[in-house]
Design a binder for this molecule. Sequence first.
Ligand SMILES: Nc1ncnc2c1ncn2[C@@H]1O[C@H](COP(=O)(O)OP(=O)(O)OP(=O)(O)O)[C@@H](O)[C@H]1O
Length: 264
Amino acid sequence: MSDRISDNQAVRFEEVSKTFVTARGPVRALRGISGEVPAGAILTLVGPSGSGKSTLLSLVNLMVTPDEGRVFVFGREARAWDPPALRRTAALVFQRPPVIPGSVRDNLTLGARLQGRPLDHPEDFLEMVGLPRELLDQDARELSGGQLQRLGLARALVLEPRILLLDEVTSALDPSAVRGFETFLTDLCHSRGVTILWVTHDLDQARRVGDWTWLMAAGEIIEAQATEDFFMQPDNPLTLRFLAGGHIQPGETSEPFTTKGGSV
Ligand SMILES: Nc1ncnc2c1ncn2[C@@H]1O[C@H](COP(=O)(O)OP(=O)(O)OP(=O)(O)O)[C@@H](O)[C@H]1O
């Protein structure tokens, strides 16, 4: 396969596997994952706990490196990127964003300071994510879970990323705020062409925001479809079971199934 992939593929995974060595023994987090995410699309990643979703996100900005296979970001293999440049291009937003000791302003301006540039209007980024500018000088450790999730996103936006890697970023928001967040992010995707890989346990959210949806189980992608087809006519019987609230047991995932194709 060619090393050069066009700019209209934001991310491509080629036969990627990852095993973590733990005190309990090896944990196979990813097994031969292949797929691609078109630039400017929203991919929603769903699946049971421990199925490998966060690990897959972490491969994109080199927080984790694969044992086997290759990951491409805008056509260049991830490990060939300068890591800081890659992390500006593909910003990861955690469910519980880590904060540095200091104010909200300190946390917000950190990324720009590391790039050696000033951030003239940090309050604009707060307002973008629905936080009042009065919070700027508050101690970041005093924020609520929901405020922290908003700050995490604001901090990523300061980097002006072309890809956002979102890991359960609305779990601490109240339901009305969740919709506002979703609208903001889908607008960002449509108006600025930002590509989003969005891990969520909320299947309704995955359906509302996704262009493409992958279901992961036991480190494999067991269904990859345009989001509408994923929910309306999945190919894999395990997907139907998962959508109905059932469990997928280890060992069930490697059964062959056909896909309808598509860009993912
Ligand atoms: N840094 C790590 N060290 C050791 N094991 C890890 C590490 N990161 C993930 N794992 C293991 O890899 C597997 C996949 O984890 P991962 O967090 O990617 O799953 P997930 O689908 O995102 O789960 P959840 O929905 O609960 O967040 C799990 O068994 C997990 O315990």
